[in-house]
Design a protein around this ligand. Structure first.
Ligand code: SAM
Length: 217
């Protein structure tokens, strides 16, 4: 009986591991957005390193700021960000999937926040306003974007001079991007690293838009 339980456990873990590896390989060949029904995976004990309140502290949100939550998913970061900037601030929740924006809307409504606007858009298509945001979040999104450079350029242009793009990645994500890859992109669009937090499994890197120099196009 005990042997059977152990065998079932091992089989289960083996299957989950095989699916994770297959997903990672496929997504490297062709990036695709995380389906809304997997949104719950973003909030569990294994993802504590990217807890929304922690990310908000790392990005230094203050009342009155304008925030972009790029690839907001189910609104995990959107609501605490809206609370942190208060009624004089604003959060734009952007996602490529209408179903993800619907989940965010529900969450925002439940939290009775009124300072969130929604944007259905694909990063990299230059739909964002320029020089608008004090902070932008990109939390476990970059690996899902086919044209990463275009997305970085668009976000960099949408930041105010001195504004900060805060990127978080977690190794468990099949679309995980290394810090080295992010640094390369940041360098190409002219963003300057201002802080790194976490460890090699989960990290946040803050990238600041220079005050005077133009961001590379
Ligand atoms: C893994 S989820 C992360 C959600 C959220 N940032 C969080 O940490 O809870 C990635 C999100 O990025 C969105 N996404 C993927 N590619 C995108 C693109 N090109 N433009 C905008 N959003 C995109 C997906 O639809 C999905 O909601």
């Amino acid at each position: 009986m005990r042997k059977k339980v152990i065998q079932t456990f091992l089989l289960g873990f083996g299957l989950i591991g095989a699916v994770a590896v297959a997903w990672r390989l496929v997504s490297r060949l062709r990036p695709f957005p995380c389906p809304p029904w997997l949104g719950w995976l973003l909030e569990n004990p294994l993802t504590r390193g990217m807890n929304a309140n922690l990310l908000i502290r790392r990005a230094g949100l203050k009342p009155g700021m304008r925030i972009l939550d790029a690839g907001c998913g189910p609104g995990r970061v959107t609501v605490p960000a809206a609370e942190a900037v208060g009624e004089k601030g604003e959060v734009i929740a952007l996602d490529i999937q209408p179903a993800m924006l619907d989940l965010t809307r529900k969450r925002v409504k439940a939290a009775r926040m009124e300072n969130v606007r929604y944007m259905l858009s694909a990063l990299g298509e230059n739909m964002l306003p320029e020089n608008r945001f004090d902070r932008a979040f990109l939390v476990t999104v970059m690996g899902e974007i086919p044209d990463k450079l275009a997305a970085m350029q668009e976000i960099a242009a949408s930041l105010k001079p001195g504004g900060v793009l805060s990127i978080t990645e977690i190794l468990l994500d099949p679309h995980y991007q290394s810090l080295k890859a992010i640094r390369l992109l940041a360098h190409r669009v002219g963003l300057i690293e201002s802080a790194v937090y976490g460890n090699r499994f989960t990290y946040t890197v803050n990238l600041r838009k220079p005050l005077s120099e133009a961001v590379h196009a």
